[in-house]
Write a protein that binds this ligand. Structure first.
Ligand SMILES: Nc1ncnc2c1ncn2[C@@H]1O[C@H](COP(=O)(O)OP(=O)(O)OP(=O)(O)O)[C@@H](O)[C@H]1O
Ligand SMILES: [Mg+2]
Length: 240
C-alpha cells in the first residue's frame, strides 16, 4: 500500500535519503526511527508529493507520486511534523473544508466530521478558533484533518509530538483501530515505548540509509542488546 522503491533525495550537495526501499502492507503498522537529521521527514515528504524524488520512486495504493500525485493524495492521510492550521477557522469549519477538498461527498461530510471530532476528542473545543488552541489541541486537529477522508494509507510524521499522556493514548488507540480496519500506517517517532506498543515492523534510518529493519524483537536480538532503546543506540553508532 505504501512503497518506497530505491528512493534517493538530495538537497543540492546534501544527500538526505539514499536508496531507501520499504513497504507497508494493509493492516500493518511500520515505525520509522532515526536520529535528528537522518532523513525521515524528507522521505515522508517525498511520499506525500511535497518533494520530488532525485531518483527512485514512491507509490501509494499503486499510484506513483510523480505521475499521479492527485491519486496519491486522495489515498493518503499525511500528517506533517509542523503543520499550519487556518487560525481564523474553527476545527469544525477546518475539517468540513478539508473533507470537501478531499472529495468526501456532501451528504456524508458533516457526519464524517462529527466522527473525527469524537475520535480525537476535539468536541469540547470544536467551535473555538484554531488560533486560540493549545499545542496538543492543535496537534489533534492536524491529525483529524489528515484523516478526515478516511484514506487507506496513513503517514504520520511524529504524531504524538507535544501531546500529553492522555492525548498520546488517543492517537495510539486511533492507530490500533486503523490497523484493525486494514489501513497501512507508517509513522516516525523518537519514542521507543510507542514503537514497542504499536509497530508490527520497525525501520531504523541513519545518514539517509535504512540500516536495520524487522520486528522489534528481531532488531533487539540482532543487536545483542536487551531492549529497543539500547539496540537503537548500538545500530546508529555503528552506522556513523
Ligand atoms: N529544505 C531543505 N533544504 C536543505 N536541506 C534540508 C532541507 N530539509 C532537510 N534538510 C537536511 O536533510 C537532512 C535530513 O533532514 P530530515 O528533516 O529529513 O531529518 P529527520 O530524520 O526528519 O530529522 P528529525 O528527527 O530532526 O525530524 C538533514 O541534514 C537536514 O538538515
Ligand atoms: Mg523530521
Amino acid at each position: 500500500m505504501i512503497e518506497f522503491d530505491r528512493l534517493t533525495k538530495s538537497y543540492g550537495d546534501l544527500l538526505a535519503v539514499e536508496n531507501l526501499s520499504l513497504n507497508v502492507a494493509p493492516g500493518q503498522v511500520y515505525a520509522l526511527l532515526g536520529p535528528n537529521g537522518a532523513g525521515k521527514t524528507t522521505a515522508l515528504r517525498c511520499l506525500a508529493t511535497l518533494l520530488a524524488p532525485s531518483a527512485g520512486a514512491v507509490r501509494v495504493a499503486g499510484y506513483d507520486s510523480r505521475r499521479e500525485p492527485l491519486q496519491v493524495r486522495r489515498h493518503l492521510g499525511f500528517l506533517a511534523a509542523s503543520m499550519g492550521l487556518y487560525e481564523r477557522l474553527t476545527p469544525r469549519e477546518l475539517l468540513l473544508y478539508f473533507a470537501e477538498l478531499q472529495g468526501v461527498p456532501g451528504g456524508g461530510r458533516a457526519a464524517r466530521v462529527a466522527e473525527v471530532l469524537e475520535l480525537f476528542e476535539i468536541v469540547p473545543f470544536a467551535d473555538r478558533l484554531c488560533g486560540r488552541l493549545s499545542t496538543g489541541q492543535r496537534q489533534r486537529v492536524s491529525i483529524a484533518r489528515a484523516v478526515v477522508h478516511d484514506p487507506p494509507a496513513l503517514v504520520l510524521d511524529e504524531p504524538t509530538l507535544g501531546l500529553d499522556v492522555l492525548s498520546g493514548e488517543t492517537i495510539r488507540r486511533f492507530i490500533h483501530g486503523a490497523r484493525a480496519s486494514g489501513r497501512a500506517v507508517l509513522f516516525s517517532t523518537h519514542q521507543m515505548d510507542e514503537v514497542e506498543l504499536l509497530a508490527d515492523r520497525v525501520g531504523i534510518i541513519a545518514g539517509g540509509r535504512l540500516v536495520a529493519e524487522g520486528t522489534t524483537e528481531e532488531i533487539v536480538a540482532a543487536s545483542g542488546e536487551k531492549n529497543l532503546a539500547r539496540a537503537f543506540l548500538h545500530i546508529v553508532r555503528e552506522a556513523a
